[in-house]
Design a protein around this ligand. Structure first.
Ligand code: AMP
Length: 308
């Protein structure tokens, strides 16, 4: 067991994090970065383990970023448990946890936003969903973290496929030198995509939430038989049959995020968002032309046990 298995070093300020980065530079080591909002689960830990496998030093940020939340109640009810997070992070090979205060990240007078256009206008960026301001909040914090931590590799989850695509776009457009690595969605044994928000689900709602992945699988199966439209209709029926109010259920080109009617040559993202028992959940799968769920790191499906 290495030193980091006991406890990661916890850094609370931007100045402290900059000093840590200088140390890594002086040591000539590579740095892997895993941004999170904490309340860690296997999804986060799979990213940390991969970072630890591929990089000399691993930095994880734990910061519930207020500017990406639309509603104050969603922000206030976001689950937190830093003590447990630090233990889990250490076991997953994290060396440094950057857990700053909101005031340190956004001091009085902070007035900048980083915005990616185009692919942020749909799905979670639609005005009827979280809206583009959500992604502006994400890209603003991620740009700040990239500047501070200057990671060689940074690790994101396919569970938030649109977020990963937006971050990739930003990295390309703004010449960040980090390489973005996207890791497969980690699921509970019954298929529910792991999420910190799952902790807020009442047992009956947790059961109903299984319909999200079931609907995605049904869409995959019907689309494989050649009818994506019928698949989407079937998925919609399945969710509505469970009394789930759908925020969106759409098939889009995985690269351009344009809507698609059929499976073609290019990968198609099938994404769903719904509020269940007052908890907003998202999930997605990526289909290739032959309808097979992609098994590579851009959108593969993995059960919790396999990710260890
Ligand atoms: P969050 O703490 O929800 O902001 O997530 C931090 C990172 O972990 C993001 O890159 C997420 O995409 C990723 N992540 C969250 N849930 C999962 C999951 N079930 N499987 C894989 N990655 C995940």
């Amino acid at each position: 067991m290495n030193e980091s298995a006991l406890a990661p070093k916890v850094v609370r300020t931007r100045a402290g994090m900059a000093a840590e980065r200088e140390l890594a530079r002086a040591d000539g080591v590579s740095v892997g970065f895993v941004p999170t909002m904490g309340f860690l689960h296997e999804g986060h830990l799979s990213l940390a383990r991969e970072a630890s496998r591929r990089c000399d030093r691993v930095v994880m940020s734990i910061f519930v970023n207020p500017i990406q939340f639309g509603s104050a109640s969603d922000l206030d009810s976001y689950p937190r448990d830093e003590g447990r997070d630090l233990e889990l992070a250490a076991l997953a090979g994290v060396d440094t946890v950057y857990a700053p205060s909101v005031e340190d990240v956004y001091p009085e007078g902070f007035a900048t936003r980083v915005a990616v256009s185009g692919i942020t206008e749909v799905l979670c960026g639609d005005p009827n969903s979280r809206g583009q301001a959500h992604f502006e909040g994400v890209t603003t914090i991620v740009a700040k973290l990239f500047n501070l931590i200057d990671p060689d590799l940074s690790f994101f989850g396919a569970k938030d496929a649109q977020q990963a695509a937006v971050v990739r776009r930003m990295v390309r457009d703004l010449d960040f030198r980090t390489e973005v690595v996207v890791m497969p969605t980690v699921r509970e044994a019954d298929g529910l995509a792991m999420s910190s928000r799952n902790a807020r689900l009442e047992p009956a709602d947790r059961e109903r939430a299984l319909a999200l992945y079931r609907a995605l699988c049904e869409i995959r199966d019907v689309a494989t038989d050649g009818d994506l439209g019928a698949g989407l209709a079937g998925g919609r029926n399945l969710l509505e049959g469970e009394g789930i109010e759908i925020e969106y259920l759409e098939a889009r080109d995985f690269d351009s995020f344009e809507t698609v009617e059929d499976l073609g040559e290019r990968p198609v993202l099938v994404a769903v968002a719904a509020e269940i028992g007052g908890v907003r959940l998202i999930d997605n799968i990526v289909l290739e032309g032959d309808g097979e769920a992609i098994k590579d790191q851009t959108g593969g499906q993995v059960a919790a046990g396999e990710a260890r």
